[in-house]
Design a protein around this ligand. Structure first.
Ligand SMILES: NC(=O)c1ccc[n+]([C@@H]2O[C@H](COP(=O)([O-])OP(=O)(O)OC[C@H]3O[C@@H](n4cnc5c(N)ncnc54)[C@H](OP(=O)(O)O)[C@@H]3O)[C@@H](O)[C@H]2O)c1
Length: 236
């Protein structure tokens, strides 16, 4: 049977690579971005209730059945400690809303949907190395949101395995999602590469292949696993 999949944040970067990697299988994929475009459901995940709205639209687009949810959408925005409190808190709220709350709301709908039918379903959440290692002085909120995502996904895996609901996390380090020079400069320049034993940043298709494996093939006993993809820049 064709596997129906919702991929959030599919318009570019890792999300676009995930859609490409999935297309090798017998799948129907619904993509998503912050605004509507051809073949992409537009829902701004910063808004309260956005996760529910997206789930309902994706479910309708996929004929009432979703088998796999992939939470990939996310932002990496700075919140420096010397910002005024209101601006600091606004940045925290925005990152938490997009990177964690919307993913949580989508997971909630997925669990309820998967529980209603035989065969369960799968969730793959794209977190970050930052969940374990922390991030830059201006990205505590990003690291906190991604750590929250790891804890959430493990809880789902443990809580719903008996319902055949499997949940996985990938935790990429740096992934080349922009123009190479610009990307490296924005993440710390040469220091960034010196910190990666592999000597380079991951390519989006490396992350996407791991996500596609977890979404379609990984054995059930792997549920709860967190897969690092970081060139050994953080081993644990
Ligand atoms: N790139 C890295 O180095 C890296 C490392 C570790 C983890 N990650 C994680 O991997 C995931 C994908 O990252 P990426 O680098 O591929 O990101 P990206 O190239 O910036 O793409 C982000 C995606 O998320 C969507 N998105 C952003 N804000 C949104 C909002 N408010 N509402 C709805 N959709 C929104 C974007 O849609 P629009 O096109 O409509 O804006 C886009 O599809 C993220 O969760 C990120 O935290 C990335």
């Amino acid at each position: 049977m064709t596997t129906n999949i919702l991929v959030t944040g599919s318009t570019r970067g890792i999300g676009a690579a995930i859609v490409a990697a999935l297309s090798a299988g017998d799948v129907r994929v619904v993509g998503h971005g912050s605004r509507s475009r051809d073949g992409v459901i537009g829902v701004n995940l910063e808004q309260a209730g956005a996760g529910d709205e997206l789930w309902d639209k994706a479910l309708a687009a996929l004929g009432g059945r979703i088998d796999v949810l992939i939470n990939n959408a996310g932002v990496f925005e700075a919140a420096a400690v010397d910002l005024p409190l209101a601006d600091w808190q606004a940045q925290w709220s925005r990152t938490m809303a997009i990177n964690l709350q919307a993913a949580a709301d989508l997971c909630r709908r997925a669990v309820v949907h998967f529980r209603e039918r035989p065969g369960g379903g799968r969730i793959v959440n794209v977190a970050s190395r930052a969940a374990y290692r922390g991030d830059s002085p201006a990205h505590w909120h990003y690291a906190a949101a991604k750590a929250g995502m790891v804890g959430m996904t493990k809880s789902i895996a443990r809580g719903f395995a008996r319902d055949d609901i499997l949940a996985f996390t990938v935790t990429p380090g740096f992934v080349m999602t922009g123009m190479a020079e610009e990307y490296v400069a924005s993440r710390g320049g040469d220091k960034l590469l010196a910190d990666i034993p592999l000597g380079r940043v991951a390519q989006p298709d490396e992350v996407a292949n791991a996500v596609a494996y977890l979404a379609l093939q990984a054995p059930a006993s792997m549920t709860g696993a967190v897969i690092d993809i970081n060139g050994a820049s953080f081993v644990r």
